[in-house]
Design a protein around this ligand. Structure first.
Ligand code: GP9
Ligand code: MN
Length: 698
């Protein structure tokens, strides 16, 4: 029989690090595939997800190498291994409760963290968690095991550095491949789930912490607001409402329809002798619609979320990335849902066919005071019901009705459509026979197909509104969030717009950033309004229509109906447009100025008064973006509360059990409940919804 000392294995420190790395790596993969829902699709994403934990785990555990004495090495390795285990286990438990990963903010807001961890820890534990006991055993056993089995000689400096460099290289490699598969992954930070899927849990936590430190540094620079604060400047921006429009939609339900990637050029356009968007065309010229013909999107990298941010808060998105992701969960907002709730008793909700984590919506909407958020998880889904990012529009609208009818009126709701999104895929069964154009670019061709589909989904929704009686009690506001066809594809599109691709220039690119903005309500004096404006102007416009004066709010746009409206539209890409000119800043002191009527690049003498006037206007408008960025990045609204406004407490909102919340309110209010459901004698109106969607079950 062998004596104990004979069966000792002599492990090098590097080997021990590699073994422990492999253990955490495998466990992370079990978590990725067993607990998280990362939406891993296709072989490349599978490969990326398998390799993404490795670099970071190795980097962390290899730090122990830098402790020379054997005892210090073992202790530090124990601590690092324990840390990795705790982070993994805590994330698993947290995810089971919140379908989200632990961020530095959740850790710091101890109340929420403990709430999640303490509340129902027993129910959050799964039998397969027994595997983590292995780690516990390893942590405890490590000092005993290493006593005889680990060679005492420390790793040579060159090898230590090599191991750390190798892990750093793996991280960079992972980042590069991920960016190739998902361009602007970090630049636009779409969704924390994407960061975990592509770059790993450790990367997410490090990245999230670094962002938080940066944001806090910005915010902490300011502790009070002084006289030079951008807030003071912003407070001056206000255009007096026109009496003719002020309050005309008062107490009406407000239904905002966010038309994904929808550009104005689609309106009244024909392809192969067929109207692309027949329903929106009819709405555009309807006697009950005010339609704007010179309305522009003003989004930056945060695209959809920037558009939402402008409409909800009256401030711009950030110069880079998405404000929703970066600041949405923590910043102070004075946004539409909260203003309407507090001033006029509105209930608010968002409907969207993508997952709630995208653009951190499920947190940002709480900061904005949205009562409800019905994301993908609230809609029935079958194998064919999704395309691209989520539920097809026809199904989203139809499926929303069972929730919409339970909302107390008046309500302020937002529908964020999704099917008309790059790459504009539409399954054959959803095409009603529309024949797409045949340009040289298949993305351009498909765009018309999904736009046509979106249009049909709106017709169905409007039919329901009329059928249920909601139509008479609502104002419907439709807007396109941003371009669908990017500048580099415009030349392929040009022939369809009767333009010569060879003559296409930056002036044409800017002109094409027009998106629809329509206000539809029975009895409104409909017309096509040629006023120039952009997304930043929507909030003051809507609030004035609803009879809420915006004087005390910090909003950087102005009411489109006001005689004092500022008709210069500033973009996040150094462009500006107004009634007469289109301006593009080329460098510090050089501007391209185009005449809107002719599209010609003007050759104005830089010493002339005209040139100086145009440039001065441009710089004034550009300054609005700086004001907005400072207010947002330093979270200045926390220092200013408009008179009569109560700051929003995000913890007041729970998007988990919304059906029971709605039912409870309907029951408690009894006869005084104003929901469509209650007014229909507690009968659902779902059967009034007619759709030709092949996937629809009814
Ligand atoms: C995602 C959707 C699309 O949920 O709103 O966002 P986008 O890519 O257009 O910014
Ligand atoms: Mn969008």
């Amino acid at each position: 029989m062998k004596r104990k000392s004979d069966i000792t294995v002599k492990l090098t420190r590097t080997k021990l690090i590699l073994i422990l790395t492999a253990i955490i790596w495998i466990e992370t993969l079990l978590v990725y595939y067993g607990d998280f829902k990362l939406g891993i699709e296709g072989p490349l994403q599978v490969i990326i997800s398998i390799f993404n934990p490795l670099g970071f785990i190795l980097l962390i555990l290899s730090l122990a190498n830098f402790f020379v004495r054997k005892k210090s090495f073992v202790i530090s390795l124990m601590v690092l291994f324990a840390l990795e285990t705790i982070l993994l286990v805590a994330n698993v438990i947290y995810y089971r409760e919140f379908s989200d990963f632990i961020s530095i903010n959740t850790m710091l807001s101890a109340q929420k963290f403990n709430g999640a961890m303490g509340k129902s820890i027993a129910t959050l534990i799964s039998p397969h968690d027994v595997i983590y006991l292995l780690n516990l055993g390893l942590i405890i056993g490590l000092p005993f095991f290493t006593k005889n089995n680990l060679i005492t000689i420390p790793v040579r400096m060159v090898n230590k550095v090599a191991l750390s460099c190798l892990s750093a290289f793996l991280i960079v490699l992972n980042l590069t491949i991920s960016e190739m598969n998902r361009p602007q992954l970090l630049g636009r930070t779409f969704d924390q789930t994407y960061i975990v899927k592509y770059l790993g849990l450790n990367f997410y936590m490090a990245y999230n912490t670094a962002n938080k430190v940066n944001e806090d540094a910005e915010k902490n620079k300011v502790t009070t607001v002084d006289i030079d604060s951008p807030l003071q400047e912003a407070a001056q921006i206000y255009a007096k409402p026109d009496k003719k429009y002020y309050g005309i939609t008062c107490k009406k339900n407000v239904i905002i329809i966010h038309l994904e990637s929808f550009q104005q050029f689609l309106i009244n356009m024909k392809v192969n002798d067929q109207e692309v968007t027949p329903f929106l065309n009819s709405l555009y010229s309807d006697k009950n619609t005010v339609s704007f013909s010179n309305f522009f999107h003003e989004v930056g990298q945060g695209k959809t979320s920037d558009a939402e941010n402008m409409l909800e808060s009256g401030l711009f998105g950030l110069p880079t990335g998405s404000l929703f992701n970066k600041l949405g969960p923590t910043n102070t907002f004075q946004s539409a849902p909260a203003i309407l709730k507090q001033k006029e008793g509105y209930t608010s909700a968002v409907f969207h066919g993508n997952v709630g984590s995208f653009y951190t919506r499920s947190k940002t909407y709480k900061s904005m005071g949205y009562n409800y958020f019905f994301d993908q998880g609230y809609f029935n889904q079958t194998e064919d019901s999704n395309v691209g990012f989520g539920l097809k529009d026809k199904l989203m609208f139809k499926e929303s009705v069972k929730y919409l009818e339970k909302l107390q009126q008046p309500f302020y709701v937002k529908y964020i459509t999704l099917t008309n999104h790059y790459p504009f895929d539409l399954p054959d069964e959803d095409n009603d026979g529309f024949v797409k154009p045949e340009t040289s670019d298949s993305v351009v061709n498909n765009y018309f197909l999904t736009a046509h589909y979106l249009d049909a989904s709106l017709r169905e929704f409007f039919n329901y509104l009329k059928e249920s009686g909601l139509y008479d009690r609502s104002v419907v506001i439709l807007y396109g969030d941003h371009y669908g066809i990017s500048d580099d594809r415009n030349k392929a599109l040009a022939p369809l717009l009767d333009k010569d691709p060879e003559q296409w220039d930056e002036f044409d690119n800017i002109q094409l950033q027009r998106v629809p903005f329509m206000i539809h309500m029975k009895g409104i004096a409909g017309h096509i309004d040629n006023e120039y404006g952009g997304e930043i102007d929507v909030l003051p416009t809507i609030l004035h229509l609803l009879g809420i004066n915006t004087k005390d709010y910090i909003q950087l746009g102005t009411d489109l109906f006001s005689k004092q409206h500022d008709s210069n539209v500033i973009f996040r890409n150094n462009g500006m447009v107004n009634k007469e000119y289109t301006v593009l800043k080329k460098s510090n002191d050089s501007y391209n100025i185009y005449d809107n009527k002719t599209g010609e690049l003007l050759n104005i003498d830089p010493a002339s008064d005209l040139y100086k006037k145009i440039v001065e206007k441009y710089e004034q408008e550009r300054h609005l973006l700086d004001i907005s960025d400072t207010i947002n990045q330093k979270n200045l609204l926390r220092f200013y509360t408009p008179i009569g406004f109560k700051p929003v407490d995000p913890t007041d909102y729970d998007y988990e059990n919304e059906v029971s919340q709605l039912d409870k309110i309907n029951d408690t209010l009894g006869n005084s409940s104003t929901s469509v459901y209650s007014q229909n004698n507690d009968k659902s109106t779902v059967s009034m919804y007619k759709t030709d969607a092949p996937e629809s079950t009814e």
